[in-house]
Design a binder for this molecule. Structure first.
Ligand SMILES: [Zn+2]
Length: 320
């Protein structure tokens, strides 16, 4: 099994379906309607059935591997979905819908919609708190979008409103990013409280709102680096006080948003964040290669569907 373009799953829809079924159903087909497995599920072979169709004896429904996933009701061949999936997971800064449109020979609208569905599959929700005893969680926020490029202090002077991103990164672990409405305590603190294990060591810069963090969030310790005094790392015995990890995350995020996704609308920002979090959380340093990352995304297609409401007066790419 290779993750390069020679792989038959990028040309052959039957092979693509086989590959996807093995990831979504590692223990054999599962009815997405009622959860039945084993002898209750029969593959419907033969030319009068569409490929990959199964019959469930328990609920009498039929299904394929894409039912109740982000691929549901797509007219795009599965081999092209697989190519898009591998492109998106293997590109460190992301891949534009224009690139996918050109590379796969599909319309721009289809490519745009595919990429958003794949981002939805990258989204993880309801996770356990980050950090824990002896672990460090770095927290920072950044502006994304038009005021990008202004010095951080200038953006903060503007109140930090607009497209603000809050990111929590566990050192040597995963990242979680949120699109937030500015940097008020009422906005930031509940997210930090809900996502950081109380035994964690927390590190931030010295922005005014973080000074109040210990009053709102119960954690083992909270240290701040004084970026204003040109301090980036401070050593206290064994402890390394810095926010360099979360800033490393932002450097990839910003290069991607600037270089690949220049026209990200505010209402889609959370999906781009899911994409950058996903790749960070399946990065090489955590033992993932391109194939494992693609497999992790294939597993994530389950139980997620994406529908778009069309705001009045704004033309949106249609589902294909
Ligand atoms: Zn069923």
């Amino acid at each position: 099994m290779t993750a390069n373009l020679q792989n038959p799953i990028f040309q052959d829809d039957a092979k693509a379906r086989e590959w996807l079924e093995a990831r979504v159903w590692p223990n054999g087909p599962v009815c997405p309607h009622c959860g039945a497995t084993g002898d209750d599920v029969t593959k419907l072979a033969g030319s009068k059935h569409r490929p990959g169709l199964y019959q469930c004896a328990a609920c009498r429904e039929q299904f394929t591997v894409t039912v109740k996933t982000v691929f549901e009701r797509s007219k795009i061949p599965l081999s092209k979905w697989m190519a898009a999936l591998f492109l998106l997971t293997a590109s460190k800064k992301g891949v534009s819908a224009h690139q996918v449109h050109r590379s796969l020979g599909i319309s721009y609208k289809s490519a745009w919609f595919m990429m958003h569905r794949l981002r939805e599959a990258m989204r993880s929700g309801g996770l356990a708190p980050m950090g824990g005893p002896g672990k460090t969680v770095e927290i920072d926020e950044t502006a994304s979008g038009r005021i990008e490029g202004a010095p951080k202090r200038a953006r903060r002077a503007m109140g930090g409103f607009g497209r603000t991103v809050l990111t929590l990164v566990e050192r040597g672990g995963s990242a979680r990013s949120f699109h937030v409405e500015g940097t008020t305590l009422a906005t930031l603190m509940p997210i930090i409280r809900a996502n950081v294990h109380r035994d964690s060591q927390v590190m931030t810069d010295a922005a005014s709102w973080y000074k109040f963090l210990p009053a709102y969030v119960d954690v083992a310790s909270h240290d701040m680096v004084e970026h204003g005094d040109d301090e980036y790392v401070r050593y206290e015995g064994e402890r390394v006080i810095s926010t360099n990890t979360v800033e490393g995350y932002y450097s990839i995020f910003k290069r991607g948003m600037k270089g690949v996704y220049q026209h990200c609308g505010e209402k889609h920002l959370h999906r781009y964040l899911a994409e950058f979090d996903f790749r960070y959380n399946t990065r090489v340093a955590l033992g993932y290669n391109d194939l494992m990352r693609a497999e992790a995304l294939a597993v994530g297609i389950k139980g997620k569907r994406l529908t778009y409401r069309r705001p009045r007066g704004i033309a949106q790419p249609r589902a294909n």
